[in-house]
Design a protein around this ligand. Sequence first.
Ligand code: ZN
Length: 156
Amino acid sequence: MAIRNIVKQGDSVLTKKCRRVEKFDDRLFELLDDMKETLAQSGGVGLAAPQVGVLKRVVVIDVGGGAVELINPEIIKTKGHQQSIEGCLSCPDIWGVTNRPMFVTVKAQNRNGEEFIMDGEGLLAKAFCHECDHLDGILFTKYIIKRVTPEQLERK
Ligand code: ZN
């Protein structure tokens, strides 16, 4: 396993649409393991493959309690609304309040290619939306309704 370099906003890799994963092989396992290690070290909640320069539909999310691996994830249902502060490992200086659904259901595959369905609420729902957007080259800054300064963050 290895820590990979996180690509920052301004790099064109973050604006591209990622390809579906077709091969569930050692290269995919290595990518997933590296992404989990990189996420754990970063202190973030989620990481998408384009953020480490790989244009594949692969996401890891950890809202506490261990990382979840999502391959070829698709949002199949959303419900409700939440407004909360959101950030991104690729935009370390930008924080803002965003509008997101409160409940999100995703369909994805695990590292063996088996399909599963997962429900997320609150932070996990927000992470599903944020990370799936990365796979289509969309950054969360698009959804910011109010910017938050680092000073305001510390007071929370
Ligand atoms: Zn992000």
